[in-house]
Design a binder for this molecule. Structure first.
Ligand code: AMP
Length: 540
């Protein structure tokens, strides 16, 4: 049944309080499983009261509609509860990947003019280091201290204990801003894709039509809540329909994951190609240990799903994997495979009913089937981002000739199936995470020994792409193992561990064109041993 938003369009309300009204109060909203295997169930009633309590925490601290709140936590119950609580109060609610380093945090918190953040003690020093550059930041709430450290560094449990469990969610308009996710481009700083509360309509619809979840299903989405899949499908879509979910604290672990699928009787599983490719390294016999009879199907998102993975899953698990395509900006699945539709291994499937996607050339002309071009979507769907926060100009530049330009290239076959071809920019997709070469290059240039840097993504069997850096070092500097370690550590601390180059090459100078732009195409050709193409305009 389509979600009913007539009484209130608030995401926090629809995922919790409304579920209690329609009879799901005693149903398990999620089973939390920690790294030691400890299990704790949260009913929809508990999710509702705890998130209301957190809404009161923020309200008592003086926050009101439109203020910006961020979670900066690993997967945790506090992340989920505070996320929904903040939405109940109609704050702009951002989530940050827990691996982010100082520069990555500063770019995002600074651009968003964040006022309040929830995090943990061991992450505090990263925030303290940049706090002076964040004049709007008023409160830091720590989930693992018993008492407040100061008027601005406060204890989650103490604040929660003092807060009421009843909170009246004010009538929220469909267009009221809701979730803020930052995404990396190939140039400039990361951009904050802002969504509105009505995005829940699409997350709910795709959960019904594509993931095809049913009331008694047990759903598990492995994505981290720092990214769009983790919020759209690890929180909103399933709970808008009152579906029970599994939330597991850990990352990839073949043994733990299959134990979970079997013991928790997961019926629908949403994961990523990198994880599936890692599973393919296990011996076939490993999979005989688990009873997967409850598992109906597997979905995947974030990077191309190679046909071999689909064929492997059919052979070894006896299941189909359905590839889905979407982006931070689209907020929900746009193109996908789904049960009931023939899978063409290697294709992303077809657009969702009501979504018009097309392949166009650089002038906006529609291209015929079989021809590669820009993947575009006709604007107007409910989960479409409403702006890039404090960056309206770049937002507008994404819309041309009546289309939203996704930045991906693809082609359509004669049956209307879409086939992903690549990115039209230099953004690197490593293990389903977009990494900006510019961010890594900037972090590298902060190291005094490095004179120039150029960063590219190159094909990788497991990660789809890996980050590779080319650098030139200053005269009289020797490239040593210690310096290499220093470089890696620096990028990890400043950007994130996923952005840390897997390979670093020291070269005499970085190829640039006459206007000083780094020619990543040339670096890539150099790496791949390919023809360098026309380099007549290059300064090399
Ligand atoms: P993000 O905004 O970080 O979620 O990344 C979105 C990008 O990931 C898309 O623009 C694609 O480049 C890539 N992507 C997402 N899903 C798929 C898919 N099913 N196949 C190929 N690439 C994908």
């Amino acid at each position: 049944m389509p979600i009913d938003i007539t009484d209130n369009c608030n995401i926090g309300y629809l995922c919790t309080e409304k579920q209690c009204y329609i009879g799901n109060g005693n149903k398990i909203a999620f089973r939390w499983i920690d790294l030691n295997g400890l299990v704790k169930d949260y009913t929809f009633t508990e999710l509702h009261t705890e998130s209301s309590r957190f809404a009161n925490v923020l309200k008592n601290l003086g926050y009101k509609i439109g203020d910006v709140f961020f979670t900066f936590l690993p997967k945790s119950t506090e992340q989920i509860i505070s996320f929904l609580g903040s939405l109940k109060l109609q704050l702009v609610t951002g989530t940050l990947f827990s691996n982010f380093g100082e520069d990555a945090l500063l770019d995002r918190l600074g651009n968003a003019e964040a006022k309040v953040i929830i995090t943990k003690k061991s992450f505090l020093k990263k925030i303290i280091k940049i706090k002076e550059k964040l004049p709007r930041l008023e409160h830091i709430i720590l989930v693992d201290i018993d008492d407040h450290l100061s008027e601005s560094v406060m204890s989650y449990s103490k604040l929660m204990n003092a807060a009421d469990i009843t909170f009246k969610v004010e009538m929220t308009r469909p267009d009221t801003p809701s979730i803020l996710h930052y995404t990396s481009g190939s140039t400039g700083k990361p951009k904050g894709a802002l969504h509105a509360h009505k995005s829940i309509l699409m997350q709910s619809k795709t959960t019904e039509d594509i993931l095809q979840l049913l009331p008694d299903d047990v759903f598990w989405c492995t994505a981290d809540q720092g990214w769009v899949t983790g919020t759209s499908y690890g929180i909103i879509g399933p709970w808008s329909l009152g579906i029970s979910q599994i939330h597991y604290a850990g990352g990839y672990d073949a043994e733990a994951w299959f134990k979970m699928l079997a013991e928790q009787r997961v019926t629908v599983w949403y994961t990523a190609p990198t994880a599936l490719r890692m599973l393919m390294r296990e011996d076939d016999s490993f999979f005989e240990n688990w009873d997967l009879s409850n598992l109906r199907c597997i979905f995947s998102v974030g990077e191309p799903l190679n046909p071999e993975v689909i064929l492997w899953a059919r052979r070894v698990l006896g299941k189909d994997i359905y590839d889905t395509w979407f982006q931070t900006e689209t907020g929900s699945i746009m193109i996908s495979n789904r049960p009931g539709l023939e899978i063409k291994p290697g294709s992303m499937g077809i657009p969702l009913h009501g979504i018009q996607a097309a392949i166009v050339d650089d002038d906006g002309t529609l291209l015929p089937s079989g021809v590669q071009g820009n993947l575009c979507v006709r604007p107007g769907w409910d989960s479409m981002f409403i702006t890039y926060f404090n960056n309206e100009e770049i937002y507008r530049s994404k819309f041309k000739y009546g289309w939203y330009w996704t930045g991906d290239t693809a082609k359509i076959d004669e049956d209307g199936y879409f086939w992903f071809m690549g990115r039209s920019d230099d953004v690197i997709n490593t293990a389903g995470h977009l990494v900006s070469p510019f961010e890594v290059e900037s972090a590298l240039l902060e190291i005094s020994e490095i004179a120039e840097s150029g960063v590219i993504g190159v094909p990788d069997e497991i990660l789809f792409e890996k980050v590779v850096a080319f650098i030139s070092i200053n005269k009289n500097v020797e490239w040593t193992r210690d310096l290499e370690l220093k470089v890696r550590l620096h990028v990890s601390n400043k950007a994130s561990s996923i952005a840390t180059p897997q390979e670093i090459f020291v070269i005499d100078s970085i190829p640039k064109n006459k206007s000083g732009k780094i020619m990543r195409r040339v670096l890539k050709a150099k790496y791949m041993g390919a023809d360098l193409g026309d380099i007549s305009t290059l300064d090399i």
